[in-house]
Design a protein around this ligand. Structure first.
Ligand code: NAP
Length: 293
C-alpha cells in the first residue's frame, strides 16, 4: 500500500519518517520544494499534491491550518484525484467546525476522513512519542491505527469528528495560559530585581511548576528560541478555542485576553519563534526579543 503525506514542516518532516519505518512506499508533498536528509529509498517527494492523492490509499495532512488544507487538499484538485474508499487523516490543528466541514467535503467525494491532531512537539514527533486525539468512523480509524502507532505512544479514541479538535484546543489553551502567565511572572521578577535563573530556580521548587516549564527552561535561560512550536500556531489555536467557546457559550472569560495578547505577539518578529519566546516578549513589553540573561 502507498501512503501519502502532505506537509513537511517542523512536525510533518519528522512524523513522515516514523511512518516510513513500516516499510511501505511513501509519497510526500510540501508547498515549498524541500530536500530531506536521510530519506529511505521507499520515500519519494512529489511536486504536486494530486500525484500524492492519486497514488495513496491513506493520505496524512500535517499542515499549518484550515486555509492550508483548503489550498493543498481542495483547491489543488488533490481530493478529486483520490481513489474512492481511500482515507484522509488530518493531523493538522484546525477548528472543531473547520474539521467537521472538511470531513463533509471529503466524505461527499467517497473518501473517508479521520481527524487526529496531536499533543507533543518536535522531539516526541522524532521519537514516535506523540499523543494522538483520534476521531472518525471506527472502520477508518482501525485502518489507520498501524500508522498512528508509529507516531504516537498514546492514542485517545474520541468518537465523532470534531471531538479530537475540541480536546486539542482545550489542551493548547492551557498550554498558552501556562506560557503567558510564566511570561508575566518573569516580567514581575525582573522588576523585583531577580534574574531569570533565580526566578526559575524558585519556581521550579514550587507546586506550580508543570512539565512544559521544565521542557522550555533551557531555551528561556539561553534566550535561544529556535522554533519547536511557533508563537503563530499557538495564537491560531487560542483564536480557534475562543471562536468555538463563543459558539458553545462556554464560560471562558479569560481566553479573550489570551487571544488578543497572542495575536499581538504573532504580528511581529515573535511569530516564527518558539512559544518560549513569549517570556522575552513580556519582559520587553512587546518591543522585540531580548537576550537571555
Ligand atoms: P510548520 O512548521 O509551520 O509547517 C506548516 C506546514 O503547512 C508546512 O508544510 C507549510 O508549507 C504548510 N503550509 C502552510 N500554509 C500553507 C498554504 N497556504 N498552502 C500550502 N501549504 C501550507 O508547522 P508545524 O509545527 O509542523 O505544525 C503543523 C500543524 O501541527 C499545525 O496545525 C500546528 O498547530 C500543529 N502542531 C504543531 C506542533 C509543534 O510543536 N510544532 C505540535 C502539535 C501540533 P511550507 O513549507 O511551504 O510553508
Amino acid at each position: 500500500m502507498t501512503v501519502g503525506w502532505m506537509g513537511l514542516g517542523l512536525m510533518g518532516e519528522r512524523m513522515v519518517k516514523r511512518v516510513a519505518t513500516l516499510g511501505e512506499d511513501v509519497i510526500a508533498y510540501n508547498r515549498t520544494p524541500k530536500r530531506m536528509e536521510n530519506l529511505p529509498a521507499h520515500v519519494r517527494i512529489a511536486g504536486d499534491p494530486r500525484e500524492v492523492a492519486a497514488a495513496a490509499r491513506v493520505t496524512f495532512l500535517m499542515l499549518a491550518d484550515a486555509s492550508a488544507v483548503e489550498s493543498v487538499l481542495f483547491a489543488s484538485g488533490a481530493l478529486d484525484a483520490m481513489k474512492q474508499g481511500s482515507i484522509v487523516v488530518n493531523m493538522s490543528t484546525v477548528g472543531v467546525d473547520e474539521s467537521i466541514r472538511i470531513a463533509e467535503r471529503v466524505e461527499a467525494r467517497g473518501v473517508g476522513y479521520v481527524e487526529s491532531p496531536v499533543l507533543g512537539t518536535t522531539k516526541p514527533a522524532e521519537e514516535g512519542k506523540l499523543v494522538a486525539l483520534v476521531a472518525g468512523a471506527e472502520p477508518h480509524v482501525e485502518t489507520v491505527l498501524p500508522y498512528l502507532n508509529t507516531m504516537a505512544h498514546v492514542i485517545h479514541r474520541l468518537g465523532n469528528v470534531g471531538n479530537g479538535s475540541a480536546m486539542k484546543l482545550m489542551v493548547n489553551y492551557l498550554l498558552a495560559m501556562s506560557m503567558l502567565t510564566l511570561g508575566e511572572a518573569l516580567a514581575f521578577a525582573d522588576r523585583a530585581g531577580f534574574d531569570v535563573h533565580t526566578a526559575l530556580d524558585v519556581l521550579s521548587t514550587s507546586s506550580v511548576w508543570p512539565g512544559v516549564y521544565a521542557g522550555k527552561r533551557a531555551m528561556i535561560e539561553a534566550g535561544d528560541f529556535d522554533p519547536q512550536f511557533p508563537v503563530k500556531h499557538l495564537s491560531k489555536d487560542v483564536r480557534l478555542f475562543t471562536d468555538i467557546s463563543g459558539h458553545w457559550r462556554a464560560r471562558t472569560p479569560i481566553a479573550g485576553l489570551a487571544r488578543d495578547l497572542l495575536r499581538r505577539a504573532a504580528q511581529g518578529p515573535f511569530a516564527e519563534l518558539d512559544m518560549a519566546a513569549l517570556t522575552a516578549w513580556f519582559r520587553d513589553d512587546g518591543r522585540g526579543p531580548s537576550e537571555g540573561r
